[in-house]
Design a protein around this ligand. Structure first.
Ligand code: PLP
Length: 464
């Protein structure tokens, strides 16, 4: 299996990036019930190759330019192997002192690289959605300290609560307010400017209007690197509004945060040190395999207040200052996620991480310039980080808005059918938009150049 893995990482490009199986093919190729007798690993591995590999979309390939990439880098893969072998369950400090304390150490290393103040303490979650959920749960517990005992429903002393995020914020914020029992109507979508960034003045007026209507603003979510365009909300202007209003500020930097470790891009974190909480996903752009989101909070006391609950069977004699990871979120059991981030950071070093991210930022600029210079294409958003949003507008064809959308949707399907690259799409100002996101550890200029060739050839094919 190690040989197979090594070959896969070396030669993965022989597989189409987007799986070509039909829905149901995998299911129908496998027995409907578990085998009565155990089978050999050889037989299992043969079926793995025959049935499962064709059903993989190869996120771990340099041609993966869709959504936000995730890199299973060598040190990350090996760390996951050890993690499974050790099978640590770090609910209490004593059930895994190493997993508990390494998490603190490695998150402190990352915090320093991100330029965040010492006051931020970190916790690892499985993903950015979990980080956002925990941030909002903590914000509610901070605003309504007895919410944990008395709840929020049917209370005359708790007005309707409100959360604010830009129209471009990630859908996990909508999900969080749904799951926290506030309903999606409690999430106010703040308008953005022509660069898809939250308008601070619109935020201030939305908060003022809600206060007049008897609602209680509890949290603002600013995004550094939005999902569609990688736009960066002006946290420097948003933070003082939150401070003035006594509202929790969470910064969702799931993808974009990684760029803050590059000196020329450190300014994307201007004002983030004033937030109450921040999340950055090393499983997106810090070359750590899924799943690992780093969550930081400046009010760790309030944070533990929101989540700590110890049943009798978990009460143990421990020094009072040790951390029990079960007090920092929904999960009781915690796997040893810190190990992979530690190995990735040690193996590449801060300089190696910076160099790779800088290269992606540079490649995105180069791709944007190619789009800008081609009269058959147009760019639909600025490129503050490594995402380029664009569409085809062929000179030879007079197309209305609907036809242009259709053409671009067909163009994307053709490009992705090449098997060499995978791009995704979004909608900006009503337009169907193609989206290239550069973030895989092995993506080089040759891959981006090849993607551009494929895109242009596909457009010529469609316009014949
Ligand atoms: N926040 C932002 C800005 C994202 O782009 C995403 C996913 O792409 C998330 C949060 C959710 O992250 P995860 O998929 O790790 O839950």
């Amino acid at each position: 299996m190690l040989d197979w893995t090594a070959d896969y990482l070396q030669e993965g490009e022989r597989y189409p990036v987007l799986s070509r199986v039909e829905p149901g093919w995998i299911r129908s190729s496998l027995p409907a019930a578990a085998p009565e007798r155990g089978e050999s690993m050889g037989a299992i591995l043969r079926d793995f190759e025959r049935v499962l590999v064709p059903g993989l979309t190869h996120w771990n390939q340099p041609g993966f330019l869709a959504y936000f990439a995730s890199s299973g880098s060598g040190p990350g893969v090996l760390a996951e192997f050890l993690t499974a072998a050790l099978n640590q369950q770090a609910m209490l400090w004593r059930t895994s002192p190493a997993a508990t304390e390494l998490e603190e150490v490695v998150l402190s290393w990352l915090r320093q690289l991100l330029g965040l103040p010492d006051a931020f303490e970190g916790v690892i979650y499985d993903g950015g959605s979990a980080s956002n959920f925990h941030a909002l749960a903590a914000a509610i517990a901070h605003a309504v300290p007895d919410a944990g005992t008395r709840g929020l429903i049917g209370r005359s002393d708790v007005p309707p609560l409100r959360v604010y995020a830009s129209e471009q914020a990630h859908s996990s914020i909508d999900k969080a307010v749904m799951l926290l029992g506030m309903g999606r109507q409690s999430l106010v979508k703040v308008p953005v400017d022509d660069q898809f960034r939250m308008r601070p003045a619109a935020l201030a007026s939305a908060i003022a209007a809600d206060r007049r209507a008897g609602c209680r603003p509890v949290a603002v979510v600013a995004t550094v690197g939005t999902t569609s365009t990688s736009s960066i909300d002006p946290v420097n202007a948003i933070a003082p509004i939150c401070e003035g209003e006594g509202v929790w500020l969470h910064v969702d930097a799931a993808y974009g945060g990684a760029a803050a470790i590059v000196p020329d891009y450190a300014s994307i974190f201007d004002g983030v040190g004033r937030a109450d909480s921040v999340s950055v996903n090393p499983h997106k752009w810090l070359f750590t395999p899924l799943d690992l989101s780093a969550f930081y909070c400046r009010r760790f006391g309030a944070f533990r207040h929101a989540f700590a609950l110890t049943p009798a069977y978990l009460q143990t004699d421990q020094p009072p200052d040790v951390r029990n990871l079960m007090d920092t979120g929904i999960s009781l059991g915690r796997r040893f996620r810190a190990l992979k981030l530690w190995m990735v950071m040690r193996y590449f070093g801060a300089a190696g991480l910076r160099a790779r991210i800088s290269n992606h930022l540079e490649l995105a600029k180069r791709f944007a310039a190619w789009v800008d210079h081609d009269p058959d294409f147009e760019r639909l958003a600025p490129v503050p980080l490594s995402v380029v949003c664009f569409r085809a507008v062929p000179r030879a064809r007079e197309l209305d808005a609907g036809a242009l959308d259709q053409l671009n949707s067909r163009l994307l399907a053709r490009v992705n059918a090449s098997g060499e690259v995978l791009l995704s799409h979004t909608r900006l100002n009503g337009h169907y938009t193609l989206r290239m996101a550069i973030g895989h550890i092995r993506t080089e200029e040759a891959h981006v150049r090849r993607a551009w060739q494929i895109i242009r050839a596909a457009l010529s094919g469609l316009c014949q």
